[in-house]
Ligand binder design. Structure first.
Ligand SMILES: [Zn+2]
Length: 427
């Protein structure tokens, strides 16, 4: 694999395969190309060179250099950073050419220090490529120590606090994880802000506040559609340029958690197709884990969950539990219902629900482990929860024709099936 393909594989494609020295992933993570030999010990720690002034920079070198400055600004503002370690064909050549690079591990970037005009980043250990690819830095829900109403001077401060990691984009999210945060900054003529309800216009086709082309259900719009489907909480921040009585007079203000209550497309004021999202404020602040930490490939481990899941108080319209564990199980079943084999395909991708056999929380106190979870379509999830059918030990259905489909590797605990038959099932 060449370096260009490698950055794509990491989920952070290079902006330009000739002059880019690194790239930013959609969750804000920054990947920097660094040279193995440009290393030094500062204090007790290993540091790698990430920036020095290019002698007589011009042309491509200058483009790469300017982009590197922006990447470093993001890291200083709090973005996670990973180093792609390269060896040069000839260390004295200028510019250098990559001979080889580490395809198995990345170095986690830590503190950045300046030494005589050069910037050096501390090596904070190794991260395997697989871990980096499947672990996004995305955080859903409230950020610790950030209160609703808190103000930030600029986007860099907002990113540093972890409220909204991308330095420029208005939507923080991607087509795998969904969206975790948006910033309203007056960029879209069709936005409406009623405080607790916001009609938010998706991204794209916009030039200095005017809609000039159709929007598509891609990138941030797709991320919001996924958040809608999964019931994920979204942090909302208003900027001073956003025309609303709830906007701050300067800088940015965190407005709390919202949920996408509806997602549709429409003709905007300019006549172009726009994607719209109705965001409704979540009454009680809640922290909900996203499913972005899920481990690929889909394998199951009934020990992988927790037998004492924390229950979170929330007044959301619809919270669909989607932990790493439940997402893993759904992927394992390719989002097919274990009762009817139905596979639902929405604009945000395939959809299924994780149904707990012995329910979580009082008085049942079921564990959040895969041996207590089924992958069901919404209809069968509801019917199962209200006890309209049960499952016998031989996996035949009670109160309904047929058998529960169970794939090898998904060991269902018969005690939980028995508990459901005794306490929940009404047939
Ligand atoms: Zn079904």
């Amino acid at each position: 694999m060449g370096p260009t393909k490698f950055f794509e594989y990491l989920g952070a494609p290079l902006k330009n395969s000739r002059w880019s020295w690194g790239a930013v992933r959609s969750d804000g993570g920054v990947f920097l190309r660094t040279w193995k030999d440009e290393v030094r010990t500062l204090g007790d720690d290993t540091h790698y060179l990430i920036f020095n002034e290019q002698p007589a920079s011009k042309g491509k070198a200058n483009l790469g250099c300017n982009e590197r400055r922006r990447h470093i600004d993001s890291v200083i503002a709090g973005a996670p950073c990973f180093l792609v370690m390269c060896s040069a064909e000839d260390v004295d050549a200028h510019p250098r050419r990559i001979e080889s690079f580490d395809e198995k591990n990345l170095i986690v970037g830590g503190e950045i220090v300046e030494v005589e005009g050069e910037l050096w980043i501390k090596a904070d250990g190794l991260a395997s490529i697989d871990a980096v690819r499947t672990t996004s830095a995305r955080k859903f829900g409230e950020i610790e120590n950030v209160e609703v109403g808190e103000k930030f001077i600029n986007r860099a401060e907002l990113a540093k606090a972890g409220v909204h990691p991308p330095p420029v984009a208005g939507i923080s999210g991607n087509k795998e994880d969904g969206a975790d945060s948006i910033v309203l900054s007056g960029g879209y003529e069709d936005d409406e802000d009623l405080g607790e309800t916001i009609i938010y216009t998706g991204q794209g086709g916009n030039e200095s506040g005017k809609q000039v082309a159709d929007q598509e259900l891609t990138r941030g719009n797709k991320a919001l559609a996924i958040s809608f489907q999964r019931g994920l909480p979204i942090r909302v921040t208003r900027g001073a340029k956003h025309k609303s009585q709830w906007s701050p007079t300067e800088g940015y203000q965190y407005g709390g958690l919202y949920q996408v209550a509806a997602c549709w497309h429409d003709r905007g004021k300019s006549g172009f197709k726009i994607w719209r999202f109705r965001l409704e404020q979540i009454g009680v602040s809640t922290t909900q884990a996203g499913d972005s930490q899920s481990a690929e490939p889909a394998t199951l481990n009934s020990q992988g969950g927790t037998s004492n899941p924390s229950r979170r108080k929330t007044t959301t319209i619809r919270v669909v539990r989607d932990t790493a564990l439940s997402k893993n199980l759904k992927q394992y079943y390719d989002y097919r219902c274990q009762v009817c084999d139905l596979r639902l395909e929405g604009p945000g991708g395939a959809y299924a629900e994780a149904a707990h056999i012995r329910p979580l929380g009082r008085p049942h106190n079921g564990p959040d482990t895969t041996d207590n979870i089924l992958c069901l379509c919404p209809n069968h999830h509801w019917l199962f929860d209200v006890g309209a059918f049960g499952v016998a030990d031989d996996l035949s259905l009670i109160g309904m024709e047929g058998n529960l489909v169970s794939l090898d590797g998904h060991d269902i605990d018969h005690e939980h099936l028995n508990y459901h038959r005794q306490c929940i099932c009404r047939v």
